[in-house]
Design a protein around this ligand. Structure first.
Ligand code: PDD
Length: 289
């Protein structure tokens, strides 16, 4: 079951106009909210980010958070999986084609769910492969826009190279990956690039930083150079669907040195385990309306 403009329906019935600015211009924003045991994880934070994406492109928020919470709850209840990705998209609406934002449109609101399948234990044992590519996307990567052509091109290049992710570098500095944030470990310290207009402020990124802080794991949020990335002891990507996924080869070369080379490192394993515990504690907490 999906939701479109006020109605719940089977996906086959959900239809939009060809003049929808989401279709014509990619003029919209989205969120992907992970759901574990039918409970949305970090819903408030996703709704805060949704609000800032909408503000950045001047679309009025169609709903208050309480209403969004109710709609997300109904989508979860209307779909068969215990663990889901709830996808939520808002476009500016339908209008005659004209680049400048028309005023007074009714935004199109669409929501669907899919099964959330986190990385398998087997993948967590081996880690995933990534390639490093120049980040040629626009300069407002902080907006969670549906205009994802750059990200799609980069991810396709990774897939064609047999890799799970493309890790991106702009002017010699690590930004993020095509659909995830990136952390590295050097000299035992976790490093993460700071939030800026060049990366998406990941909800998982924030959870990981909270976990590092709460467990006194050495970390620094600071710009990370490409050479630091390439000589890191560990590289991980984080996102709502991939959680904390170790990257064990970069451009075909093993990440790390010595006995850990090409294998998930100890810090990644620890943070992954802490992330699982954190999820469980949230799932056990009482549900708020
Ligand atoms: N992608 N950076 C980019 C470019 C992303 O597309 C994503 C998420 C992230 C991680 O954000 P979060 O931790 O809030 O999931 C970082 C989603 C899952 C997607 O497009 O499917």
């Amino acid at each position: 079951m999906v939701y479109l403009n006020g109605e719940f329906m089977p996906i086959e019935r959900a239809k939009i106009s060809v003049l929808d600015r989401g279709f014509i211009f990619g003029d919209g924003v989205y969120e992907v909210i992970p759901v574990y045991s039918r409970r949305p994880f970090r819903l408030e934070e996703h709704l805060v980010r949704l609000r800032s994406s909408l503000e950045a492109i001047k679309i009025g928020n169609p709903h208050e958070n309480a209403k969004w919470g109710e709609l997300v709850g109904r989508i979860i209840a209307g779909n068969p999986w215990e663990d889901q990705n709830v996808y939520l998209q808002i476009t500016r609406g339908v209008a005659k084609r004209d680049h400048a934002f028309p005023k007074g449109l009714k935004p199109t609101v669409f929501m669907m769910a899919s099964e959330l399948i986190p990385p398998t234990p087997e993948l967590m044992e081996t880690g995933a492969a990534a390639i490093v590519l120049p980040d040629f996307r626009w300069l407002r990567c902080d907006i969670k826009s549906t205009s994802l052509l750059g990200n799609c091109m980069l991810r396709t290049q990774a897939a064609e190279a047999g890799c799970a992710e493309a890790i991106l570098v702009r002017e010699g500095m690590l930004t993020e990956a095509s659909a995830s944030n990136v952390f590295i470990v050097r000299n035992g310290t976790v490093l993460a690039p700071p939030k800026s207009h060049l990366i998406l402020p990941g909800i998982t990124y924030d959870v990981v930083l909270e976990i590092l802080r709460a467990n006194a794991i050495a970390h620094e949020v600071r710009p990370v150079g490409e050479s630091e990335l390439r000589s890191a002891e560990e590289v991980w990507v984080t996102s709502s669907s991939r959680e904390v996924l170790p990257i064990t080869t970069l451009d075909g070369r093993p990440v790390g040195r010595g006995e850990n080379a090409g294998k998930p490192g100890p810090v990644a394993k620890r943070v992954h385990d802490l992330y699982q515990q954190f999820k469980l504690s949230v799932m056990r907490a009482p549900v708020h309306a």
